[in-house]
Write a protein that binds this ligand. Structure first.
Ligand code: 7TS
Length: 405
């Protein structure tokens, strides 16, 4: 198999848009990806064909919708090769999934227990752990980042100790593009008697993930970056860990029995899905995953790498621009600053040329601080971007630079 980018683009009507009189060049997919027709089709199909609340009906539509919702869980299981669909908890996204683990699993942590994080984490994988520091006296330790944007693995090993309870690490940085050696890090965490949580919000989009091969204890991601809808994401947790965890939110669907005196909780995953879940969003996510699985994902990854390589090649020798993150094997994310220019101004001038990039701290303030900047611009590539777009982006950048020199 191979990958036909034009055929893929045809599935994304929004890519036909003009922006400020230019054809849209959407390079902000790391923030949120555009959606293929498979997503709209799946969601519209449910709305117009089979919709009711899940799990609680004895009528046909309720049963059909429940089957579709639980089918979506099976699709997510397949995507990350979990052993069982009951190890997949639907959440609002990666952020909510990490908050769930911090609140439910983290509740038993004691003052002095340690969690190892890294300097390159998204705030979603920092702030929930700070809650445990503030509320329970948990100690946070951070793996430093090298100048080229890798984790200092020697420092990581030295941070692991008898009090380490959890290592929580991003699989792929949303700023640097670095792909971290999580399998190796998880093995070392386990050797130290600690559990692992992997933030796969970026990594799951660009490569195959196998939670069993990684031996990850928890793995989280968001649907909207994976070409799916907003409002849906997943928490994978090993069956025995989820089974031992107390619930987080309470309400309908997560109970076994309720009396005026007591409650009994149901088994995972439903124990962690209080209330009416994001039914249509889960069905839409399954549509996105099904569509993605119809592609040759290795060829897609090679295509994305080719886009990044083209930008790098075209900018070779450009001394007016500094890239943040140059680790070997990094993914197709290009964070940069233009000398003498604020990233927000760069993004606005690019927007006037139809090019959508993100600018700011990318919800990674500790990482920005590590590199001595307060913000950067960031172009992030998706499977629907073309080499022509990569060229146009560089042309637009060169033009943008003239405003500042
Ligand atoms: N983890 C990583 C690595 C991310 O990149 C993001 C979102 C999240 C967690 C949070 O995901 P959410 O869907 O729960 O919000 N990253 C970005 C970004 O890079 N620009 O906007 C959002």
């Amino acid at each position: 198999m191979s990958f036909d980018v034009q055929a893929a683009r045809a599935e994304f009507p929004i890519l036909q848009r003009q922006v400020n009189g230019w054809p849209l060049i959407y390079l902000d997919s790391a923030a949120s990806a555009q959606k293929p027709r498979a997503v709209t089709r799946a969601m519209t199909g449910a709305v117009e064909g089979a919709y009711a609340n899940v799990h609680r009906g004895l009528h046909t539509l309720a049963n059909e919708t429940t089957a579709a919702y639980e089918g979506a869980r099976e699709t997510v299981r397949r995507l990350i090769n979990a052993a069982s669909a009951s190890e997949i908890v639907f959440t609002k996204g990666a952020t909510e999934a990490i908050n769930l683990v911090a609140a439910a699993w983290g509740r038993s942590l004691k003052a002095g227990d340690e969690i190892v994080l890294t300097q390159m984490e998204h705030h979603a994988n920092i702030v929930p752990w700070h809650f445990l520091r503030e509320r329970q006296g948990v100690v946070l330790r951070f793996v430093p980042v090298t100048d080229d944007g890798r984790l200092d693995l020697e420092a990581y090993r030295s941070l692991l100790g008898p009090r380490t309870r959890l290592v929580a690490v991003g699989h792929m940085s949303n700023v640097l593009g670095t792909v971290n050696p999580v399998a190796e890090m998880i093995a070392q965490a386990h050797a130290a008697g600690a559990l692992s949580l992997v933030d796969g919000a970026q990594a799951v989009v660009h490569g195959r993930v196998d939670v069993q091969a990684l031996d990850a204890d928890f793995y989280v991601f968001s649907g909207h970056k994976l070409y799916g809808p907003t409002g849906i994401g997943a928490l994978y947790g090993k069956a025995d860990l989820l089974a031992a965890m107390p619930p987080w939110q309470g309400g309908g669907e997560m109970i076994e029995t309720v009396t005026l005196e007591a409650v009994g909780y149901t088994d995972p995953p439903h124990r962690f899905e209080a209330g009416t879940p994001p039914i249509l969003e889960a069905i839409g996510l399954a549509g996105a995953i099904g569509w993605l699985e119809s592609l040759d994902r290795d060829a897609v990854a090679a295509h994305e790498q080719g886009l990044y390589a083209r930008v790098k090649e075209r900018l070779n020798g450009a001394n007016w621009l500094t890239e943040i993150g140059t680790a070997p094997g990094k993914g197709a994310i290009f964070a940069f600053n233009i000398e003498g220019a604020h990233a927000h101004d760069v993004a606005q001038i690019l927007d006037r040329q139809g090019v959508a990039v993100r600018a700011g701290a990318h919800c990674a303030e500790p990482l920005m601080r590590r590199f001595g900047v307060t913000s950067s611009a960031r172009a992030s590539f998706a499977l629907y971007n073309t080499l022509d777009e990569a060229d146009s982006f560089v042309d637009a950048l060169v033009k943008t630079r003239t405003f500042f020199s």
